[in-house]
Design a binder for this molecule. Sequence first.
Ligand code: PMP
Ligand code: GLN
Length: 393
Amino acid sequence: MTSSPRPLLNRRLAEFGTTVFAEMSALALRTGSINLGQGFPDTDGPEEVREAAVRALRDGRGNQYPPGPGVPELRTAVAAHQRRRYNLSFDPDTEVLVTAGATEAIAAALLALVEPGDEVVALEPYYDSYAACVALAGGRRVPVTLRPRDGRFRLDLDELRDAVTDRTRLLLINTPHNPTGTVLTREELAAIAELAVERDLLVITDEVYEHLVYDDAEHVPLATFPGMRERTVTISSAGKTFSFTGWKVGWITAAPELVTAVRSAKQYLTYVSAGPFQYAVAEALALPDSYFDGFRSDLQRKRDLLGDGLRAAGFEVYQPQGTYFITTDITPLGEKDAYAFCRALPERCGVVAIPNSVFYDAPDVGRNQVRFAFCKKDGTLSEAVDRLRRLAS
Ligand code: PMP
Ligand code: GLN
């Protein structure tokens, strides 16, 4: 350890403390609370997928370094999935790259594509790793704020247009969107695509919740819009789709030059990861539509269970069309400060949630917003709802 007065943590990371997810999960453990904070399911994914991982381990597939771009079986399965679901065609050898979760894909894409001083336009509130990775790359984040209107968080297309300058390198999009649960509409996506083409911008789109959409909402990949396939890095991950968040198997699909660029950064981050799990995820991606439909309707039911409970407890609920999450407004409970509210919640009723305020550059915008995860067992959600009802009394 040096005794110099210079801070240990470099300037790029100084503004980022411990992630709110780690902080709130630790709080849940310490207080024995129900953890509706960090987004992870409390039930593992399909048994046959788990068994596929065991088989790969036993058969010695992936126990040594897999190939840098990912095992061919998984790259082929990702390409087949994109074709089957979205009619998008990608070459598994040159247009697919396997990463250590979506988290590494985000980091590698930003480190590869952003020069110091470049501006990155991102939808706010944003997933916390976006801001940190833009900073690591030396870029400057430029938020465009999603705002609730008529029950849904919406993108203001004029605000998006105004955010783009001559220094803008790329748009960083996320749909279905964490934390708001909004699913960008065809119209919003078409406008993003038109802007990207008109201003010749690259686009990174985080679509990890692509299969978690409810009611009549539809996930439309940005890469399907005219002029987008060649400029878009699409990111997804097995964690959410198959309920194995600990496996950390993610991937990107993009044009060959973009994949090559992202791989240049990725090879010096993890190089490779999750060998045996890659084989298992390849099998998971080939599951029949009935798996994806069943998973989605189960989660939709859980959303409604928690949403009804939150309304009964006095929260204003912004009905999510996608993801694991419900964003609420705590103002009707007479509360003003999401962070203080979340810190006190375990003591008040034994539940942990996430303050959305940490996902905004302008903290006052999200000061009244609290996020709850519904990817939990029905019994856990019912118990949480009973406990939250104490807030109303
Ligand atoms: N992007 C978003 C929007 C997320 O919510 C998450 C975390 N769940 C990730 C990326 C990271 O995904 P992974 O666990 O695959 O790294
Ligand atoms: N994506 C998860 C969430 O939003 C958390 C992942 C993490 O802890 N980094 O809750």
